[in-house]
Design a protein around this ligand. Structure first.
Ligand SMILES: NC(=O)C1=CN([C@@H]2O[C@H](COP(=O)(O)OP(=O)(O)OC[C@H]3O[C@@H](n4cnc5c(N)ncnc54)[C@H](OP(=O)(O)O)[C@@H]3O)[C@@H](O)[C@H]2O)C=CC1
Ligand SMILES: O=C(O)[C@@H]1CCC=N1
Length: 263
């Protein structure tokens, strides 16, 4: 019984970066680890994670037969073979595949089963602050969706979008933690260049990113107006903004998203 009181035996196939992040977010935020069964890959990653979190490991996909919902977190190279193996036990279950590419139509076709969804979480799921976009097949009932949401809700926000929007949502929310990490690293490099210790520079850059994001979330103002509040007339911030623009900051971000989208 998970700590919110609903019985949900769930399975994972693949516990790498994103599968492992979702499992971590679930357990750290109160999902009962005894209700999680994981079929991992060849490396020691799944065992290492199990040693920290305490879920059950199995060595074969068919050993996930007693689960209600199965999450797939393997890379694109292993996805189709995993789906084909899953066919034997999938009846009556809900399947959610975390893949950066692909479509629900493809998942349905390879799995030969209709109740399959495509989701793109981001790594902040690990600390319960994730943003996950999801597209369900048309066979998901409202109760099925509620069940998936009741699980992934432990890891942060879950937003349903139509298939044609999932890719770009996955890029804006799913790829961009890496873009923000680059920004934080660069800001910290600049702090170190000007004499801060690395530790203090990271503390300041990360603290700022958390605080500015919280403000942007809670404020009635949009980010453009929030930027205006920081830029005192003739002050230092507007000089920094101008330097960012001179170096193509916005264009670099838009081009990064274009590139992730395959353009
Ligand atoms: N990383 C991210 O932030 C996000 C990733 N995604 C998508 O998730 C998918 C996985 O990406 P990511 O987590 O980064 O990749 P990883 O390589 O970190 O994880 C994939 C995991 O799958 C395991 N695996 C491979 N084959 C099998 C199998 N037959 N049975 C069980 N486990 C298996 C591997 O295990 P082992 O190494 O032990 O062999 C590995 O740990 C990709 O499609 C990606 O686009 C989606 C959203 C965000
Ligand atoms: O890099 C990738 O392909 C995945 C998709 C979203 C985040 N990581």
């Amino acid at each position: 019984m998970n700590k919110k009181g609903d019985l949900n035996m769930i399975g994972f196939i693949g516990a790498g970066s994103i599968g492992g992040a979702v499992i971590t977010g679930l357990v750290k935020n109160g999902y009962d680890e005894n209700e999680i069964i994981v079929k991992g890959g060849k490396s020691s990653r799944t065992k290492d994670l199990r040693d920290q979190l305490g879920f059950k490991i199995v060595s074969k996909i068919k050993q996930l037969a007693d689960t209600d919902v199965i999450f797939i977190g393997v890379g694109a190279n292993a996805l189709d073979s995993v789906l084909k193996e899953l066919k034997d036990i999938v009846d009556g279950k809900l399947v959610v595949a975390f893949t950066g590419t692909g479509t629900v139509a493809h998942l349905k076709q390879v799995l030969g089963y209709d109740k399959v969804a495509h989701a793109i979480p981001n790594t902040p799921v690990k600390v319960g602050a994730g943003f996950t976009g999801i597209t369900y097949s048309d066979k998901f009932t409202p109760e099925d969706k509620k069940k998936v949401a009741s699980i992934l809700g432990y890891t942060g926000q879950l937003v349903e979008v139509p298939s044609e929007q999932l890719g770009i949502l996955g890029t804006v929310a799913g790829c961009s933690p890496a873009f923000l990490d680059l920004f934080i690293e660069a800001l910290s490099d600049a702090g170190v260049k000007h004499g801060l210790s690395r530790e203090l520079a990271y503390d300041a850059a990360i603290g700022m990113a958390i605080g500015a994001s919280k403000l942007a979330k809670q404020s009635d103002l949009n980010p453009s107006a929030l930027k205006d509040e920081v830029t005192s007339p003739g002050g230092s911030t507007i000089k920094g903004v101008a330097a960012l623009e001179e170096n193509g900051f916005r264009n670099a971000v838009i081009k990064a998203v274009d590139a992730a989208e395959g353009e």
